[in-house]
Write a protein that binds this ligand. Structure first.
Ligand code: ASP
Length: 339
C-alpha cells in the first residue's frame, strides 16, 4: 500500500536547536535533522523535508508566514507538517488557518524541551503531527478541521489554541473549546469538529491570498488605572509610530478604565480599533452595562467588537484585514462573526 506523502517544513524554534560551545541553545537543525531523529516516520509516510528558515518563532514576521502559505499552496502532498517555535504558534497557526483552504491536513507542531535535555518532546511531537496528518479521519475532515496544532498528544484547532505556560511541557490548551482529538498508542482518537463559521466569513472577505504590505496593529492591554498615555502618543505621531489599527484587550465583558475611554474613542475614530477580551476568551457582553466605559457606550462610540477572539488572535486577524485592504464595514463584518 502506498504511504501518504507528508511534506515537513521547518522554520526553527526550540525543536531545531543545538548547543553551542558554551552550552547555550542556538538555532541550527534543519528539517532533514528533525526527520532523521524519528526513524518511525518512514513507516507511516513518505516524508519530504524542507528547511524554510532557522529562526526563533519570537522573531518570525507576518511576511514570512505569508510566504510559507504560498509555498504550502504550491505543494503537491497528502499532508503538511510545519515545525516552528512555540512562542508564536498560537498566532502563526491562526494566520495559516486564515490563509489556507486546503483539502489536505495542515498541522503545526513544536517543542517545549530542547534536544539537549532529558526527554525532549520534539521527536514525539513530530511523530504525532505526522500521524495526525496521515490519519484517515483527519484526512476525510481536513477542510472542516482547518489548520491544527499538535502538542503533547493532543490536537487543537489553530484558531483556538493558546500557549498557557512559558516552560512546562504541557504548555498548550484550547481553553474555550478543548482538543479536537487525542493520540493514544498509534491511534488518533477523534473528539470533536470545530465550529468554523467565523473563519469561513473571514476567508470570504479576505480572499484566498492576501496581498499588500505589512500593516502594524498595536496591542493595548487595559489594566487597573490605565491612563491611556500610549494612545495619546499614537494619535500625536501617527506617521512616526506607523500603526494602522489597534486591538484593545479590554477588561471583563468589554470595559476600559473610565480615565482612558475618551482617548480610546478618539483612537477608534482615527483607525480600526477592535475590543477583545483580556480574559482570553469570550464572548464579550453587548448590552448589559451602562456608563461611559461600558460595552454599550464603547460599541456606540465606534469600537469594533471582537467577540470571543483572544487579543493575540484579534491582532493577527486585524493585520490580515488591513493588509488585504478591507474597508471599515468589511472589518466590522469579519469580527462580528466571532460575537
Ligand atoms: N523561543 C522559542 C521559539 O519560539 C521557544 C520555543 O520554541 O519553545 O522559537
Amino acid at each position: 500500500m502506498t504511504k501518504p506523502r507528508i511534506h515537513v517544513l521547518a522554520l526553527g524554534g526550540t525543536i531545531a536547536t543545538r548547543p553551542d560551545a558554551a552550552g547555550a541553545m542556538q538555532m541550527g537543525l534543519g528539517a532533514d535533522d528533525l526527520v532523521a531523529a524519528v526513524p518511525t516516520l518512514g513507516k507511516i509516510a513518505e516524508i519530504e523535508a524542507e528547511t524554510v528558515s532557522r529562526v526563533g518563532s519570537h522573531s518570525l514576521s507576518f511576511d514570512q508566514i505569508h510566504a510559507l502559505a504560498s509555498r504550502i499552496r504550491a505543494l503537491e502532498a497528502d499532508g503538511i507538517v510545519v515545525t516552528q517555535g512555540t512562542d508564536t504558534l498560537e498566532e502563526t497557526g491562526f494566520l495559516l488557518d486564515l490563509l489556507l483552504d486546503l483539502d489536505v491536513p495542515v498541522v503545526v507542531t513544536a517543542a517545549m524541551r530542547n534536544p539537549a535535555l532529558t526527554s525532549p518532546d520534539g521527536p514525539g511531537n513530530l511523530l504525532a503531527a505526522v500521524r495526525v496528518a496521515t490519519d484517515p479521519w483527519v484526512r476525510t475532515h481536513a477542510k472542516a478541521l482547518g489548520v491544527m496544532a499538535v502538542m503533547l498528544d493532543e490536537v487543537y484547532a489553530a484558531a483556538d489554541v493558546l500557549k498557557v505556560h512559558p516552560t512546562r511541557i504541557n504548555a498548550f490548551a484550547s481553553t474555550q473549546t478543548g482538543p479536537l482529538a487525542a493520540l493514544v498508542e498509534d491511534r488518533v482518537v477523534p473528539l470533536s469538529l470545530p465550529v468554523r463559521d467565523a473563519i469561513v466569513t473571514a476567508r470570504r472577505r479576505l480572499g484566498n491570498t492576501v496581498p499588500g504590505k505589512a500593516s502594524p496593529v498595536a496591542l493595548l492591554w487595559m489594566a487597573l488605572d490605565e491612563p491611556g498615555g500610549l494612545v495619546e502618543a499614537m494619535l500625536a505621531a501617527p506617521d512616526r509610530l506607523g500603526y494602522r489599527g489597534a486591538v484593545i484587550a479590554a477588561m471583563g465583558g468589554g470595559h476600559t478604565p473610565e480615565r482612558a475611554t475618551d482617548i480610546l474613542v478618539r483612537l477608534a475614530a482615527a483607525m480600526p480599533a477592535v475590543v477583545s477580551p483580556r480574559a482570553g476568551g469570550g464572548p464579550l457582553l453587548e448590552k448589559t452595562y451602562g456608563g461611559p466605559s461600558s460595552e454599550i457606550a464603547l460599541r456606540k462610540a465606534g469600537l469594533i467588537w471582537g467577540g470571543r477572539l483572544h487579543p493575540l488572535k484579534a491582532r493577527v486577524l486585524l493585520e490580515t484585514c488591513l493588509r488585504a485592504g478591507l474597508d471599515r464595514p468589511a472589518i466590522i463584518d469579519v469580527f462580528a462573526a466571532w460575537n
